[in-house]
Design a binder for this molecule. Structure first.
Ligand code: HGY
Ligand code: MN
Ligand code: MN
Length: 419
């Protein structure tokens, strides 16, 4: 245990202040939600706010060519690889104040605490927020961190477009975050990320925190179903090529795959976006764009489920006379975090007297990208209301957030002392 204590109120104030940036009145919940969709004006406002806090904390701030922002707190041994921590501040359109923000502002709170105590670390400490972790606007998740580790090529990332055809590069330029630093970063000594669990497990178990051992596999596809638009009243059923019916059949098949448990009992499926055209009451939809999000802790079962889906799409094309375009927009295998860093997170929690358990992450995180270039681990903070997330109801208590960030600090202090 370091003996240094973070300032829980200062952390909470930062979280609530950032939570006001991109805030909106959510009609579905009657709550204030957060909409800081990547590279929008709201994201820019959030970036400007947090970058200003990085600078006020005396950090050497750099913006790279994909818009990742990193603040460096030099240590006594600048020649050694730094320890990195952070997360993201972009959100889904119906987000809460904690997803991503806790990891970035928790890292900032560690810096603020070290500054106030006049503590100099051996290794430098770097804190970062990565561009478009959510993938909710440009279609692929962990965009900034995947570019930083080389899983995505910069030019490929630049060319991604949103539903209005605006490109990542154009939007980075528009909001003033098209930096000049090469995003491919040298491997840090280690990377640690604090994040809300976004699920019910820790709260249900009455535990203080989670020690994250890894992330499950993720597969995102965008399907464009080409049928034939036609009059809803005059077109006999047997003459229709109803793209809406095909999308529904696909969704039912996805849930049948889960119910059959033939790809394991932990497979998760989501058809999050369904956009029919012409989208009018009296026209059979001639085209539907829909998305398929598959998750599975086991890579082999994920691959089998993807093949199952592909075969079913082929079957629909043959039996319904439609054409289904398929575009893989995100694909990551499961990731196992470094056991030694995972152990140091657990030791920090034990030293602080926090209860915890190991847990696999159901959500994707920047940490899964960093794990490909350096020893990595995560800290999960339990959420209220069954850990709901990607919903304005997302909430973790001040005490829970403080426990997560205190653990982050103790873990980082240990790692920066590795020489
Ligand atoms: O989709 C995810 O798992 C993450 O929230 N981007
Ligand atoms: Mn997140
Ligand atoms: Mn998220």
């Amino acid at each position: 245990m370091s003996g240094l204590r973070i300032d829980a109120d200062r952390l909470w104030n930062s979280l609530m202040t950032l939570g006001q940036v991109g805030a909106y009145d959510d009609p579905a919940t009657g709550l204030k939600g957060v909409n800081r969709l990547a590279l929008t004006d709201a994201d820019k406002a959030g970036r400007d706010t947090v970058k200003g806090w990085f600078e006020a904390a005396g950090l050497e701030v750099r913006v790279d060519r994909i818009g990742n922002v990193t603040g460096r707190r030099p240590g006594r041994r600048p020649e050694l690889a730094p320890v990195l921590c952070g997360s993201h501040i972009d959100s889904v359109p119906t987000g809460g104040a904690f997803d991503g923000a806790l990891g970035v502002l928790g890292a900032l709170e560690v810096v603020r605490t070290l500054n106030a105590a006049g503590v100099e670390t051996e290794r430098s400490l770097e804190i970062a927020f990565f561009t478009d972790e959510e993938g909710a606007r440009f279609g692929t998740d962990m965009l900034g961190s995947a570019t930083a580790v080389g899983r995505l090529e910069l030019e490929q990332a630049y060319g991604l477009t949103d539903e209005r055809g605006l490109t990542v590069k154009g939007e980075l330029e528009r909001i003033g975050y098209l930096g000049e630093v090469d995003p491919r970063r040298a491997p840090p000594h280690a990377y640690v990320e604090c994040h809300v669990e976004q699920g019910p497990i820790l709260a249900a178990a009455g535990l203080d925190l989670g020690v994250v051992t890894g992330v499950q596999a993720i597969s995102w596809q965008e399907l464009t179903i080409h049928g034939k638009s036609a009059h809803a009243g005059t077109t006999p059923m047997e003459l229709r090529k109803d793209a809406g019916l095909i999308a529904a059949k696909i969704n039912v098949h996805l849930h049948e795959m889960v119910a059959s448990a033939r790809y394991g009992t932990e497979m998760r499926v989501t058809m999050g976006r369904v956009s029919p055209m012409p989208n009018r009451v009296n026209i059979v939809p001639g085209r539907v764009v829909c998305t398929v999000d598959l998750r599975n802790p086991f890579d082999d079962l994920m691959e089998k489920s993807e093949r199952d889906l592909a075969d079913f799409l082929d079957h629909l094309e043959k039996t319904h006379g439609v054409q289904i375009e398929r575009r893989q927009t995100a694909r990551t295998n499961s990731v196992t975090f470094d056991p030694k860093v995972v152990a140091r997170v657990a030791e920090a929690m034990d030293g602080l007297g926090y209860t915890h358990r190991e847990i696999l992450s159901g959500a994707g995180h920047d940490a899964q990208e960093m794990a490909s270039i350096c020893p990595t681990a995560m800290i999960f903070v339990p959420g209220e209301y069954e850990g709901i997330s990607h919903n304005p109801r997302e909430f973790s208590t001040p005490a829970a957030c403080a426990r997560g960030v205190q653990t982050l600090m103790d873990t980082l202090l240990g790692l920066t002392a590795d020489v």
